[in-house]
Write a protein that binds this ligand. Sequence first.
Ligand code: G4P
Length: 525
Amino acid sequence: MYEAEISQRKTFAIISHPDAGKTTLTEKFLLFGGQIQTAGAVKSNKITKSAASDFMEIEKQRGISVATSVMTFPYKGKWENILDTPGHKDFAEDTYRTLTAVDSVILVIDCVKGVEEQTKRLMEVCRMRKTPVIVFVNKLDRDGKDPFDLLEEIEEILNIAAHPMSWPINGGRDFKGVYLIPNKSLNLFESNKTKKANDVVRVDGVNDPLLEGMVGEKNAKKLQEDIELIDGVYGELDLKSYLEADVAPVFFGSALNNFGIQELLDTFIEIAPNPLPRKTQDRDVAPTEDKFTGFIFKIHANLDPRHRDRIAFLRVCSGKFLRNKAYKHTRIDKSFRFANPYTFLADSKEIADAAFPGDVVGLYDTGNFKIGDTLTEGEILQFKGIPSFSPEIFKELINLDPMKSKQLEKGIQQLTDEGLANLFVQELGSRKFVGTVGELQFEVLQYRLEHEYQAKCRFDPRVIHKACWMTGPEADLKDFMKFRQQNIAYDKEGNPVFLAETAFILRSAIDKYPDITFHTTSELV
Ligand code: G4P
């Protein structure tokens, strides 16, 4: 059912290393979709390094990132849902989770810097999930790396075959434009930050005599050589390989100058997948199933810290989501109706009476949801594939006001439900360890515990190398947990986790218990 609605939707994320141009590209997409009239309307939800200890800034950023968490825009009769991902590396886990709710991604690379560290990590997640990727090489108006070298970097560092769809004629000050390989036409560069249309000039391939007049003899010759080489090596784009995430089509352009965006968007609309099936613990759920299912991939504290309600972001996986209809929250086996679910048009919110597969709905939540929770029309299902990675920084939570233990307990439980950090509780003495990917989370946690829950606390650093989830024969696990009792804690699902202090201790454990597998993500299958 709902095939027409499904075929109209694309749900995707734009990802990049900070500063490569994700925000600028998002803005240009909205401009093309007619959702905003001028550039500069989309606020970046970047948290800069200098703002790390500026709490007002964090508060402000939280507001901005609620507004820009999802942006829907119409384009050529289809609905595009862009899911925003935080650029700051301390929020990388949030990005990984958001990637579970998309069907494809556009990866932005800065042509000056090439493939950067965070691009690599994000791409690993895409590969793990087999998410189709289109690459946009940005900032061609700057002197960047050689495009052949960039293709090689993409292939080698990102471990995916690259397939050029357009090709730049020079770069930096001498940037002349791009040649669109599949349609054999030329897009001449003109620095322009707001104009929508590009000047695409039809040429009859690279050997068209007109070319010389447009880009100069030297450039025309170089382009002919490049394209001959590209045609010989790459041939036509194999759509199946793109959809299976084996090949990434690559576009070149300049987001700031609105250049190369149209081709990117048009190709994206044509080839990117519509809402895809999603895996649950028991079966795959097809988007065309008539019964509604969906899962929560992000939880956001509401703007007003005096009210502890939150916004849970639900990705609709199948069927039709309806306002005021009762749905089953499968983890706690309770029924919920939502009187004011909303969808997001550019940066404004609208009450949604209905939503379809691929759509994202914001649900008001008073503390009932955790990341990964599933809603259905009654069937017991649990969507899977939302990984919890081993944190990199661990600290122990110390209560500074014994009169407020209850508030602290509630606060830390709720804030870790939002996915802000991982909580591990030791059986012996119930010590609480909090693990994050960055320092910034501890500052946010402490601030929010104090301001929203009136609980005072401190985080003491602990030397923990990795948190490992374990699988293996029961007898071995039992024996190991007894042997390493001091280092065993439990995650929020009650799974035992080995908090290995050093790489050496972890290696000895692996050697001593060869039948136990130590996992650094909680996604065990
Ligand atoms: P991000 O979301 O990936 O972090 O990047 P963002 O779009 O904020 O872009 C980072 C910087 O790169 C911005 O400059 C932006 O204007 C610039 N930029 C984006 N696309 C291009 C491009 O095609 N060419 C050039 N030359 N620059 C580009 P900024 O100075 O950090 O911010 P702003 O003050 O301009 O907003």
